[in-house]
Design a protein around this ligand. Structure first.
Ligand code: ADP
Ligand code: UDP
Length: 253
């Protein structure tokens, strides 16, 4: 039983790993990975596949700025440096097999599964845990299932929830200053060698839903991966708009 559960944990890459949106490459420095961002786009558990021109560079740059911003706010992140337009160096972590989703307004699977109207404000915001497991379709977890699968200890779940709430407060304010509404987003976390919980992966229009503030037209307001998911067109220009607004807001220190 212990062995079976051990296998479910994700360990830091010791060999190159190619995922759907990024490639992780070990470096000659122990504990440091190169993370290359691809233009490849997938949706609906990889049933829909395509490419968004320039996405790798855009998402890498947006993520780099947001990780630096969050670090300034006291959130530990895996970000070390952006070393090329579509490449950053990060701290290798032992990842939780979890996707932590924060929702400020109803959208996506929450609307599909509950019937709540699109855009309904959620106060307090929802923090939800999903099992990061492509073969199972990343199912929503209950606290009991989280415990059963031993994906995190109760203390870790509490710490992850608190971190997700804090990150939401910071990102919501940051995007509001960019004229963007942060509808929902997905976070991934891991543990470093000291056992500290650290924010990982990326924060970008691939992993956040963002709407133009003040725009009521339901197709015009979307500036995130929903443009790709639902064939709304103007995908690349939406990603570029987010990049430009983030860069204006966060001059590199
Ligand atoms: P996926 O694996 O879901 O196809 P990606 O293509 O985005 O996703 O690949 C990035 C992978 O790297 C993800 O599996 C993610 O959990 C993992 N990851 C992100 N940050 C780190 C890190 N700092 N250390 C180790 N693994 C990481
Ligand atoms: N999300 C993500 N990766 C996933 C699943 C979701 O980045 O594998 C993000 C998604 O972009 C959105 C939020 O998490 O910002 C909530 O997604 P939701 O559960 O509504 O799923 P979806 O409608 O995308 O299937």
């Amino acid at each position: 039983m212990a062995l079976k559960l051990e296998k479910k944990r994700q360990t830091p890459a010791v060999t190159t790993y190619e995922g759907k949106a990024k490639i992780l490459i070990p470096t000659d420095r122990p504990g440091v990975l190169r993370m290359q961002f691809k233009d490849d786009a997938t949706a609906f558990n990889a049933q829909k596949k395509g490419q968004i021109r320039g996405k790798g560079e855009i998402n890498c740059t947006i993520s780099s700025y947001l990780f630096q911003y969050l670090q300034q706010q006291g959130i530990p992140t895996h970000f070390l440096a952006q070393v090329a337009p579509a490449e950053m160096e990060v701290t290798a972590l032992e990842m939780f097999a979890l996707e932590v989703v924060v929702r400020n307004r109803a959208a996506g699977s929450l609307c599909r599964e509950t019937g709540l109207p699109l855009g309904m404000e959620l106060e307090p915001p929802l923090v939800e845990f999903y099992y990061k497991n492509d073969a199972l379709g990343d199912p929503l977890l209950t606290p009991d299932r989280l415990r059963l699968l031993q994906l995190a200890t109760p203390d870790q779940v509490q710490a992850l929830t608190r971190l997700a709430e804090q990150i939401n407060t910071h990102l919501r304010r940051f995007f509001a200053e960019c004229g963007l509404l942060l509808i929902d987003f997905k976070l991934e976390f891991g543990r470093d060698r000291a056992g500290q919980i650290v924010l990982a992966d990326e924060i970008s229009p691939d992993t956040c839903r963002l709407w133009l503030a003040g725009e009521t037209d339901p197709t015009k307001r979307v500036v995130d991966k929903d443009r790709f998911r639902y064939d709304l067109g103007e995908v690349e220009s939406a990603y570029r708009l987010v990049l430009e607004r983030v860069l204006q807001q966060a001059p590199r220190s």
